[in-house]
Design a protein around this ligand. Structure first.
Ligand SMILES: *[C@@H]1O[C@H](CO)[C@@H](O)[C@H](O)[C@H]1NC(C)=O
Ligand SMILES: *[C@@H]1O[C@H](CO)[C@@H](O)[C@H](O)[C@H]1NC(C)=O
Length: 470
């Protein structure tokens, strides 16, 4: 009895199943055409064919991509092989939701399409939305607006060379000075015998005191070697000043980056104390002789300059200039560097007497978009998530100072410093930063140096100079 009932039940189920689904046709077993979303949903297919077909009509097709699509009602089954405009043209309804596309600037994109939004890649998802990566960008338009709306004393701007980079990349590739080791940090400071009554001018620019001897800011690109750029820049200025203009070499950062490899990272960070050691012991050629070659981020080209001692600590190049256009492969050296105190007045006096100094500073997220004015780190990102608040160590060359009155009559003192982010950054490659309050640690570690310039050098250069003009 039981067995019989069960058998009948089974038979019934089988019959109902077949009746409902019948046999799936070849057409239904084909891969659905629109799995990744409808391509060209606003193209005309059924429309161009001249209409739609009722019921099932396997001849009711139009070419579509490298296959065909249908314009009959049968295509409206779960397995979709309808033409993109079937729903709109034949049924007068929007395409089913699973086939949504994404919109951008008035254009439609199918799922899988991508575009870049500043530093983030966006992908059109199947639900018709752009899914964007969530990196914090180096240039955040919101931050620029917040800085320019607030009264911070400086203005922010957009830089095409930073657009599209993440904040992390900016910190990783655009700085590059490791904090000096503890033993270097505790290096004795030069004691200056400063007369407390000595008056320093309210405004000073090295370029004005030593015209033609102060070098223009260079551009380190995506090479994290400010350790080499700031060292070469300060040494160049000091040599020109001390030789009274007999020698005005712009020393080659590339020479230091590629050849000072002992415990140094080339374009992936390094130390200024090592760079000074190299300048003293090995020396470097000029930038014309050994030009900077902007590498791919993080890459360091191998060393192409060598030298040998020629007595009394001096050296001579044993390789030709890497640049085919230059034959002047003279080696320039420095004396040991010295550390100054963090006293504002002593730093000023040193710059005024001897020339620009090197300074190590902390670069925060808002410094990258500095355009003009007196920089100080702003709190515009302080309420944001930690990934918006980043900083890294950098080194720069301080060339002067000044002060100005702000809108409510307060005097604002500043340093003038050269960066190594090119001439189109900041104020012609320079920036002003608050003075006397150790803003961004800029007064913590200040280095000065003497160029190695002898009377003999000066005569030698003098003679050469004359030869060339005869
Ligand atoms: C075709 O499919 C759409 C969406 O799946 C549905 O809304 C519509 O009623 C169907 N039309 C017919 C005629 O079956
Ligand atoms: C910033 O500059 C880039 C490159 O020049 C440009 O594509 C972008 O639209 C600018 N962004 C803003 C917010 O002005």
């Amino acid at each position: 009895m039981h067995l019989l009932l069960m058998t009948v039940g089974l038979l019934l189920m089988v019959e109902v199943g077949i009746a409902k689904h019948q046999v799936r046709t070849r057409r239904q077993l084909n891969n659905p055409l629109h799995q990744g979303g409808i391509r060209d949903p606003y193209g005309s297919y059924c429309e161009r064919r001249g209409g739609c077909c009722p019921g099932r009509d396997d001849q009711c097709t139009v070419p579509y991509l490298d296959t065909i699509c249908y314009c009959d009602l049968f295509c409206n089954r779960t397995v979709s092989d309808c033409c993109p405009d079937f729903w709109g043209h034949c049924l007068g309804i929007p395409p089913p939701t699973i086939f949504k596309s994404c919109e951008r600037n008035g254009h439609r994109f199918h799922p899988g399409a991508t575009h870049r939004e500043n530093c983030n890649l966006c992908t059109c998802s199947r639900t018709g939305q752009w899914d964007c990566e969530q990196h914090v960008c180096l240039v955040e338009p919101d931050m620029i607006h917040a800085i320019n709306r607030g009264n911070y004393g400086w203005h922010a701007g957009n830089y095409s060379q930073f657009w599209g980079m993440t904040l992390d990349e900016g910190i990783r590739y655009r700085l590059g000075t490791q904090l000096p080791s503890r033993s270097i940090l505790s290096m004795n400071e030069l004691k200056m015998n400063m007369d407390s009554s000595e008056r320093l001018p309210p405004y000073f620019r090295a370029e004005e005191k030593w015209p033609g001897k102060i070098h223009e800011p260079l551009d380190q690109g995506n090479c994290a070697a400010s350790w080499a750029f700031s060292t070469a820049a300060v040494a160049s200025d000091r040599i020109a000043i001390q030789s009274m203009g007999h020698m005005t070499p712009q020393l080659s950062p590339q020479n230091i980056i590629s050849c000072d490899t002992r415990n140094q990272g080339g374009c992936t960070w390094g130390r200024v104390d090592g760079a000074w050691w190299f300048l003293r012991r090995k020396g470097v050629v000029t930038q014309e002789c050994y030009p900077f070659s902007a590498p791919q981020p993080g890459e360091t080209p191998h060393c192409m300059m060598h030298s040998r001692p020629v007595g009394r600590g001096k050296r001579q190049a044993t390789a030709r200039c890497p640049s085919a256009e230059s034959y002047q492969n003279e080696i320039y050296q420095s004396t040991p560097p010295y550390r100054l105190s963090s006293n504002e007045k002593e730093i000023m006096k040193e710059i005024m007497d001897n020339g620009p100094v090197q300074a190590i500073m902390e670069v925060h997220e808002d410094f990258f978009v500095y355009r003009s004015g007196i920089y100080r780190h702003t709190p515009v990102s302080s309420r944001k998530a930690p990934q918006y608040r980043k900083h890294g160590t950098h080194s720069v060359r301080i060339t002067g100072w000044g002060e100005e009155r702000d809108y409510n009559g307060q005097t604002r003192k500043y340093w003038i410093a050269a960066n190594s982010w090119g001439r189109n950054w900041g104020e012609d490659g320079y920036f002003k930063i608050a003075r006397g309050e150790n803003e961004c640690q800029i007064e913590t570690f200040i280095i000065g140096v003497w160029g190695r310039v002898t009377m003999e050098d000066m005569h030698h250069h003098h003679r050469k100079h004359h030869h060339r003009h005869e």
